[in-house]
Structure formats: C-alpha cells, structure tokens
Design a protein around this ligand. Structure first.
Ligand code: APR
Length: 251
C-alpha cells in the first residue's frame, strides 16, 4: 500500500468504484456551518435537550425561536464547498452510487449530488404535526410564532429528526442496503458517535467494504473500522483525492 494515504485511497476507489459516501457536519464547516461537537460545536453552546421532540411539542414558541436563530438564519446563505463539489463529481463520474448524509443543510444537493439519503431529514421542508401538509420553509411560514400549518393551523416542525424521533423509514432501509452492497465506504466529517447513523459505515465494513476516512481529527471509526485514514479538512483533501482518482481512470 502506498505510504501516501491519498494515493492509496485513489488506487482503491479507482479500481473498485461502487463507492458509498457517508458524511457528517464536518463537511459543511468550510461552508460556514458550525459542527455539533468539537471546536465551535453547537452542543457546546446550546443544550441538546432543547432538540428533544417532547420539548419541542411542549414549548413550540421558544423552540422555534431557537431553531430560527440557529438554523434558518443561515439557510440559503451558505454555499457548498470544494468537498461537496468533489462528492457530486464522483457521482457524475459513475464512481459513487450513493451518498448518505447526517446533515440537514441540503448542501450536497446544492453541489449537484442526486442520490442523497438524508438520514436525519432536512431543513428544506416544513411538515405539519397533524395533517399531511409539507412544504418549503418560506418566509411567510417561518414568520409564524410558532409557524402553523396553512391547511389546518396546527404546529409546523422542520422535517429534521429530533432526538427521541425515529429515522425516516426509507432513509434507514436505503442507507443500510447501500452499506451492504458497496465495495468502498468514504467517510468524512463525522465523529461516528451517533446511533443508528454510525452503523452505516460499520455495516459496510462488516460486509467486506474498505473504509476510507477524511477528518482533521480521529473519530470513533479511526483505529477501528477505518482502513485508510487521511488527516485533513474535507475541503482541502477531497479535491486532491478527486484529481488522483481522475488520473487513474484516464490511464
Ligand atoms: N473537514 C472534515 N471533517 C471536519 C472538518 C472539516 N473541515 N471540521 C470538523 N470536522 C470533523 C470533526 O473532527 C468531527 O469529527 O467533523 C466532525 C463533526 O462532528 P459532529 O459535529 O459530531 O458531527 P456529526 O458526526 O455529523 O454529528 C452526528 O449528531 O447531534 C447530532 O443530528 C446531529 O447529525 C448530527 C449527528
């Protein structure tokens, strides 16, 4: 194996393709969106208990004020970075067949990725807590205090997975199906600490996939299921890895 982890990773991805990408909040840090843990992490400032579904339902006005200031004040103002663009390019090249993200910021889709599984939902949709209404977070809807359903006037919630809520069934089923069928799993921007999301790379590993990790710090995966660890920021590493993969596929 090449001593340079980027070269080794490029050799394997170019040879095997059939790549599943798995991302977390760290890949959006270079787009200006703070992570949840570690330096500048949201949970260092805000008690995660506020993001329990029961708390949200009991204190909708206070919860929505927090959700607006933490998430929607940034919504639409952050652009995909070089990592998101590299992931989208790998899909376009036919190298990556699926991307499972824990992120709710829609930046993978904004970068051009099509096969995105949003394991923790998305800020890009508001859902009624009573009827079947679902729609984009328009200024009018977000202005409500709290935002209420235009059809039945019940409380609206962002279509994200709150603590205490289940993972959307399609996201769960498809993520683990893709983990079982991939040959390589490229993991970036995640502590690997949150269940059941972190079981996606574990499942890939158990089914024989090679796990490649891009993160400036070691995670719960490093030294356990990670076969090739590339230390660095996703926005810096991914363009270099992409170029090395392209060179090999052009040979
Ligand atoms: N490039 C790559 N990785 C980075 C970068 C970067 N520029 N900056 C930070 N990281 C890494 C950190 O080292 C850390 O491992 O991103 C990770 C961020 O960790 P978390 O904030 O815990 O993000 P994540 O693992 O996605 O959290 C999982 O926890 O609170 C829930 O629902 C929330 O989806 C989230 C889940």
């Amino acid at each position: 194996m090449n001593p340079d982890p980027i070269q080794s990773a490029a050799d394997i991805i170019a040879e095997k393709k059939n790549l599943l990408i798995f991302t977390g909040a760290g890949v959006s840090v270079e787009s200006g969106i703070p992570p949840f843990r570690g330096a500048g992490g949201l949970w260092n400032k805000v008690n995660p208990d506020f993001f329990e579904i029961d708390h949200f339902m009991r204190h909708p006005v206070e919860s929505w004020e927090r959700i607006r200031s933490i998430f929607y004040d940034l919504w639409g103002k952050c652009a995909p970075n070089a990592a998101h663009l590299a992931f989208a390019e790998l899909e376009k090249m036919g190298v990556a067949f699926s991307l499972v993200t824990q992120n709710i910021d829609n930046l993978h889709q904004a970068a051009g990725s099509k096969n995105v599984i949003e394991f923790h939902g998305t800020l890009g949709r508001l859902r009624c807590t009573r009827c079947s209404f679902a729609g984009p977070p328009t200024r009018d809807l977000l202005a409500g205090n709290p935002p209420s359903c235009p059809k039945c006037a019940a409380l609206l919630k962002p279509d994200i997975v709150f603590f205490g809520e289940g993972i959307p069934e399609h996201a769960m089923d498809q993520s683990f199906a893709d983990a079982e069928s991939c040959s390589v799993c490229l993991v970036s921007g995640t502590t690997g600490e949150v269940m059941p999301a972190c079981m996606v790379p574990h499942t890939a590993k158990r089914r024989g996939a090679i796990v490649i990790e891009v993160n400036p710090e070691e995670s719960a995966f490093t030294g356990h299921i990670t076969d090739i660890y590339i230390r660095g920021k996703a926005g810096e590493i991914m363009p270099r890895l992409l170029e090395e993969i392209k060179k090999r596929l052009a040979e």
